[in-house]
Ligand binder design. Structure first.
Ligand code: AMP
Length: 175
């Protein structure tokens, strides 16, 4: 099974010039979804993991299933004003705009080794924001796993240059 075959590509969404890589076509097939989760679990064996953090909202789809299988705590990194208790907050640049993500102050404790999971890495702004939240919380970034890497947009290279360990299941060009 080639996971790439199950990603739908939609030109000019949500803005002209963006080639949107749609994972709904991957997760609507339960066998393919299961295979994707199994592949992430397999890659996660390379990391020392205390907790798993994911980025709202497509990151949650994959990371919660992985947390369940690995029996690790699941941490939600959410968009601004979604978390009810005290938060750490950071702004970051997106491929198509800017955004803010937040984490509850009591989600990650000092020296926790946190694996960050998301559906896709493009420019890497979101991933860097996620890493910043983990560090603001006193944790360490164990590494990153992405279902899709848009390799020519440079996000993955940027993370590797910053000495993060990164695993990607699928490689696609960004345009
Ligand atoms: P970035 O911060 O540029 O690495 O963007 C990554 C985040 O934006 C991920 O959470 C993706 O879900 C979303 N994203 C960015 N570009 C695309 C794209 N071309 N297709 C689908 N999702 C995207």
């Amino acid at each position: 099974m080639d996971l790439k075959d199950y990603i739908r590509s939609i030109p000019d969404y949500p803005k002209k010039g963006i080639l949107f890589r749609d994972i709904t076509t991957l997760i609507k097939d339960s066998k393919v979804f299961k295979e994707t989760i199994n592949q992430i679990v397999d890659r996660s064996k390379k990391f020392k993991i205390d907790k798993i953090a994911a980025i709202e909202s497509r990151g949650f789809v994959f990371a919660s299933a992985v947390s369940y299988i690995l029996d690790k705590p699941f941490i939600m990194l959410r968009k601004k004003n979604k978390l009810p208790a005290e938060t750490y907050s950071t702004d970051f640049e997106l491929e198509y705009g800017t955004a803010t993500i937040e984490v509850h102050k009591d989600s990650i404790t000092k020296n926790d080794s946190v694996l960050i999971i998301d559906d896709l890495i493009a420019t890497g702004g979101t991933a860097e924001g996620a890493a910043k939240l983990v560090k603001m919380s006193g944790g360490n970034v164990a590494g990153f796993i992405f279902v899709i890497n848009l390799f020519d947009l440079g996000g993955c290279d940027k993370l590797k240059e910053a000495n993060y360990q990164v695993e990607n299941l699928i490689e696609f060009p960004g345009h």
